[in-house]
Design a protein around this ligand. Structure first.
Ligand code: 8X3
Length: 254
């Protein structure tokens, strides 16, 4: 800063992380900054992303991925993007299919699938402009397994998996890799709390007796690894779970 510019000094590569205000998104912003990226932290909660951007030397852009104008503004601020981490998403409720509240299912599809598509569409020119880009979509083991009460969320995360595969096919021949990182049980401050409408006891019960659920940092580490492979190496998908979790219905609890 303030010194003579040295033309041989490479410009930092730019990464955009959605849902950067907490959990996996915030941890990913930190992990990518550690890898030398200039990180654009995007989320709805401005105060949180501004604090994070200050911490990592990046930029905060308030963005609601369900809103077209908001996403267009994000894209307008990022002319070149080397890494896009589509992390924003979430679950609401554990309704059985026969009693499902379709408004919450619609919200989950809107955020997890359509939001991801909206951001990807908007940033594709910037990804192309980088000449060597990686899109990392944060899926879930819920995109691999069905479980009772999970229908609205598992349907959406299966959607993330298939959209990721489709985009990889459609971009074949372009210098853009398309990857999915699919975590299982991750203990974050907000995921289960939001799912259970703020009921802390029900949120805590998800992790009860589980020896070391994954932390946001574990998933961020995987995302940063995916994003920093050599240009010719595409990690199609990476499923990451705590050792205690073998499957949706097979979680070892003490
Ligand atoms: C979160 C995993 O098991 O709650 O993406 O569906 S699970």
């Amino acid at each position: 800063m303030g010194g003579m510019s040295d033309q041989s000094t490479p410009q930092p590569r730019t990464a955009v992380v959605t849902g950067a205000s907490s959990g996996i998104g915030a941890a990913t912003a930190r992990a990518l900054a550690e890898q030398g990226f200039r990180v654009v932290c995007a989320a709805r909660r401005t105060d949180r992303i501004e604090a994070l951007a200050d911490e990592v030397g990046g930029e905060a852009i308030t963005c609601d991925i369900t809103d077209a104008a908001s996403v267009e503004a994000l894209a307008a601020a990022v002319p070149v993007c080397h890494v896009l981490v589509n992390n924003a998403g979430g679950a609401v409720g554990v309704d059985r299919v026969d009693e499902a509240d379709l408004d919450t299912w619609r919200w989950m599809y809107d955020v997890n699938v359509l939001g991801l598509v909206r951001v990807t569409q908007a940033l594709l020119p910037a990804l192309r402009a980088s000449g060597d880009a990686v899109v990392v979509n944060v899926g879930s083991t819920a995109g691999r397994w069905a479980y009772e009460g999970g229908g609205g969320y598992t349907a959406a995360k299966h959607g993330v998996k298939v959209v990721t595969e489709t985009l990889r096919l459609e971009l074949n021949g372009e210098p853009i890799r398309v990857c999915e990182v699919a975590p299982g049980m991750v203990r974050t401050d907000e995921f289960s709390l939001k799912r259970f409408g703020g009921d802390q006891a029900r949120a805590d019960a998800v992790y009860a007796g589980v020896d070391q659920p994954l932390l946001a940092e574990d998933v961020a580490d995987a995302i940063a690894w995916v994003a920093t492979r050599p240009s010719h190496v595409d990690i199609d998908e990476l499923v990451i779970k705590p050792r205690a979790q073998a499957a949706a219905h097979k979680v070892h609890r003490s």
